[in-house]
Design a protein around this ligand. Structure first.
Ligand code: GDP
Ligand code: MN
Length: 400
């Protein structure tokens, strides 16, 4: 789960991570009031969306060509910029071309930036450890840095048995070229951030830029926190920070029905039981030259109702030109699944080609149900046959 920058900063502040003073605002008036409550004389007006690259982003309707993070010098300017930014659509490298409507702003006190650094923490599956990443190349996209100048990223893996030690934080501070009182400030910052990371069951925390100020303080100018969904039950307060307007409505709907759905960019909808089989299905679609429109695991107990919901979710995506159902009847019987597929296909008035591959218990009975359903369901013998058939059916449909 993702939260907004202002929420992340409020959480981190509780752990003693240094962040600038700021207030959230939902209207231009609130933005001006927030600015008045902060010392000034410089304020930063920051768009709150669940995507990075805001500073370099542009508003799709905005003629002034300014980005989603603006440094201004008066309360009037805060109000004026807030007015322009709210309800406008911000397009950044991470939002995709459609952009995201800005509904909240964060008004922060300005800060005297001497250096912009990068600091991130994540759970590294390869080492099964929390890995701290630091770089002198702050303010830039870390993926870019990793690609062009990987030697500029310092990685430190933390042994979970002993946790973060002072030598770790010094190694990072010196690696970032800090000296004098900055070393102590950075060590304190990293220690507090690590504690927050572990305590909050975060999966990623990214501070980009981490700033060294003119007076040698080390503070988070930006903060991105991601949480492990499987640990959210331990953090009801974090769960409350969820902003559903920032999430994909189809993914929210799917979660309500116990379906595991992730939207992708292709045009072949996939309905599969089991995450591993779903991945294999996506792989084989690609192998046959197609592009999956989604990952969808309907789970072990694929009832008719669940299958119908899954169909509806898939069809909500206007890009979908065909559906591949790939179900292995293990505990579930294929005839029951076939009945579910037929009923669901009728219910949603399916108008795109549907290829169904069934295997497992009662497979012959299942295929018979599909064959005599009166629906134009294309049966498939195996995974390769299924992929081949859906890719060509979609290609023919697109060519028409
Ligand atoms: P992002 O573009 O979505 O990652 O948003 P950031 O919060 O990182 O802001 C983008 C850039 O705006 C930063 O890299 C800074 O250079 C600049 N910025 C943010 N806050 C301040 C501030 O308080 N003062 C100044 N001068 N610049 C800031
Ligand atoms: Mn940033």
């Amino acid at each position: 789960m993702n939260i907004h920058e202002y929420q992340a900063k409020a959480l981190l502040r509780e752990y003693g991570v240094a962040v600038p003073e700021g207030r959230v605002a939902f209207s231009a008036q609130e933005a001006a009031d927030a600015a008045r409550a902060l010392p000034g004389p410089v304020w930063v007006v920051k768009s709150q969306i669940h995507a990075g690259g805001r500073g370099a982003g542009r508003f799709s309707n905005d003629p002034d060509g300014k980005g989603g993070v603006r440094v201004v010098k008066s309360v009037d300017d805060v109000r004026e910029n807030a007015q322009k930014m709210l309800a406008s659509v911000l397009v950044t490298k991470q939002t995709g071309p459609a952009g995201k409507e800005v509904k909240r702003l964060y008004i922060e006190e300005g800060c005297d930036i001497a250096r912009e650094l990068y600091l991130g923490m994540l759970v590294d599956r390869a080492t099964s450890r929390i890995t701290i990443m630091a770089s002198t190349e702050g303010g830039m996209e870390i993926e870019e840095v990793a690609h062009r100048t990987p030697e500029k990223i310092l990685k430190v893996a933390i042994d979970p048995a002993t946790g973060l030690q002072p030598f770790h934080t010094r190694q990072i501070a010196f690696g970032l070229g800090l000296s004098g009182k900055q070393v102590g400030a950075a060590s304190k910052f990293i220690t507090a951030l690590y504690r927050a990371f572990v305590d909050l069951d975060a999966s990623i925390v990214e501070v980009n830029p981490l700033v060294v100020t003119g007076s040698g303080d080390v503070i988070a100018l930006d903060a991105k926190l991601n949480f492990d969904d499987n640990a959210l039950y331990r953090h009801p307060d974090i769960e409350k920070l969820r902003d559903e307007e920032e999430e994909d409505p189809a993914e929210i709907e799917a979660a309500k029905h116990g379906l595991n759905y992730v939207k992708l960019d292709g045009n072949i909808g996939c309905m599969v039981n089991g995450a591993g089989l779903a991945m294999a299905t996506m792989d084989i679609i690609k192998l046959y030259g197609g592009e999956p429109a989604n990952f969808l695991d309907v789970g072990g107990g694929a009832t008719q109702e669940r299958v119908a919901t899954a169909f509806k979710l898939i069809l909500r995506d206007p890009k979908v030109r065909g559906i591949l159902v790939n179900i292995f009847g293990g505990i579930m019987r294929c005839d029951v699944i076939a009945q579910g597929v037929v009923a669901a296909a009728r219910e949603v008035d399916l108008r795109v080609p549907l290829v169904v591959r069934l295997a497992g218990t009662n497979v012959d009975a299942g295929r018979e149900i599909l064959r005599t359903s009166g629906l134009t369901i294309i049966p498939a013998e195996n995974l390769a046959d299924a992929a081949d058939k859906i890719v060509s059916a979609v290609a023919q449909g697109v060519a028409k």
